[in-house]
Design a binder for this molecule. Structure first.
Ligand code: NAD
Ligand code: DAU
Length: 348
């Protein structure tokens, strides 16, 4: 069972399992299809693998429906991606974050536990944001104390604790991964990189929070998927693995780099950097994230394939080539959220 498989990372993960990793089993994707879940992300996979890929539109907060799925499909492993994932939304409306990220994870754990020996692994996909913010120095390790800043990261922290508690208390076989910022194909354009690519492409303003000095550690999504799969195959039960790109960048540098690449790939009269505008900062905005992923590198031999330059080029090309996906995703819910939250003028 993959939860949240119609979202950004989950869809990339299912694609990776079926097309690259040599996985030979069946996958059931359990996804509620919130604004962030998009059936287009796996439409071709559904067509190509009718016997090995099954989709169920199910809310992980609906325990009875989940129970049905566990029994009917004889689930033997869970990879849990489903979550409300956007920090800004969690600041405006935390309720769904508490429900899905905490109660939903709890439901899955209870059902996983009820399967006893029939369940070989529960892998929980989490974030480096649970560790809070770094100052100028240091890196997050697997033993850094939790110190979440936003309702999103607090809800993910709660879910991580529940997963570990189910291992210690009930012996549930679990692994946990805490990953840094992902980017790549199929990311919903509310997150920094796809938002800036699409706005730059269409000449809209490029909103940078505060002075753009916050630092994130960027990882191409396929490299995250490969790491999760290695952890599922070869990680030790009860262990946590940090995943990161060793690729720290200030937001303003990321935005400038996107501008340069968009200028190169789709030349315009004026350089896109002129579209940058500095806007009100995010409340509780963590200054810096940076992951120490030595454990994953040394124990499981994982290294990312993409550099930031190659990954960003691929990503920009993907958004330019997939205009139908972009148009569909930018209709409806997305437009309503942007105008309700920011008004129509700030972002052009
Ligand atoms: P996303 O928002 O793109 O996708 C989330 C998916 O979960 C969507 O398909 C949505 O429909 C589904 N979902 C939401 N609520 C649900 C519910 N109640 N029941 C069933 N499905 C539900 O998120 P993403 O960026 O792909 O992130 C996936 C996971 O990875 C999350 O757990 C997130 O915390 C974690 N993560 C993300 C990043 C990142 O940079 N995006 C980094 C580290 C960890
Ligand atoms: O670190 C992992 C986390 O990365 C994941 O757990 C989250 O699910 C994922 O959304 C992401 O969180 P961030 O808040 O870091 O990502 P976001 O793309 O929203 O923002 C990246 C940085 O860019 C952050 O410092 C805020 C800033 N930003 C963001 C947006 C949307 C801007 O300056 N302007 C923007 O318009």
């Amino acid at each position: 069972m993959v939860t949240g498989g119609s979202g950004f990372i989950g869809a990339n993960f299912i694609r990776y399992l079926l097309e690259e990793a040599g996985f030979e089993g069946r996958i059931i994707n359990v996804d509620k299809l919130t604004y962030a879940g998009n059936p287009d992300n796996l439409a071709d996979i559904e067509h190509e693998y009718p016997d090995r890929y099954i989709f169920s539109q199910t809310d992980i907060c609906d325990k009875a429906a989940l129970e049905n799925i566990f029994e009917r499909y004889d689930i033997d492993a869970v990879c849990h991606f489903a979550a409300e994932s956007h920090v800004d939304r969690s600041i405006v409306g935390p309720d769904a974050f508490i429900r899905t990220n905490i109660q939903g994870t709890f439901n899955l754990l209870e059902l996983a536990r009820s399967r006893g020996d029939r369940l070989s692994l529960f892998h929980h996909v989490s974030t480096d944001e649970v560790y809070g913010s770094l100052g100028a120095d240091g890196l997050f390790t697997e033993t850094t104390p939790y110190d979440p800043s936003s309702p999103y990261s607090a809800s993910k922290a709660a879910s991580d604790h529940l997963v570990r508690a189910y291992h210690r208390t009930y012996g549930l076989p679990v692994t946990v991964s805490n990953c840094s910022n992902n980017y790549g194909p199929y990311q919903f354009p509310e997150k920094l990189i796809p938002l800036i690519i699409l706005n730059a492409r269409s000449g809209k303003s490029l909103p940078v929070y505060g002075q753009g000095l916050n630092i994130r550690d960027w990882l191409y999504v396929a490299d995250h998927c490969a790491a999760v799969w290695e952890i599922m195959r070869r990680g030790k039960s009860g262990e946590t693995y940090n995943i990161g790109g060793r690729c720290e960048k200030q937001n303003i540098d990321v935005v400038r780099m996107i501008c340069r690449l968009v200028d190169e790939l789709a030349p315009a009269i004026k350089p896109r950097e002129g579209l940058i505008c500095f806007v009100k900062d995010r409340p509780g905005h963590d200054l810096r994230y940076a992951i120490d992923c030595t454990k994953l590198e040394q124990e499981l031999n994982w290294t990312p394939r993409e550099t930031f330059e190659t990954g960003l080029r691929r990503t920009i090309r993907w958004y330019m080539d997939n205009t139908a996906w972009v148009e569909r995703v930018q209709s409806g819910e997305y437009r309503r959220w942007i105008s309700a939250h920011y008004g129509t003028s700030t972002r052009g």
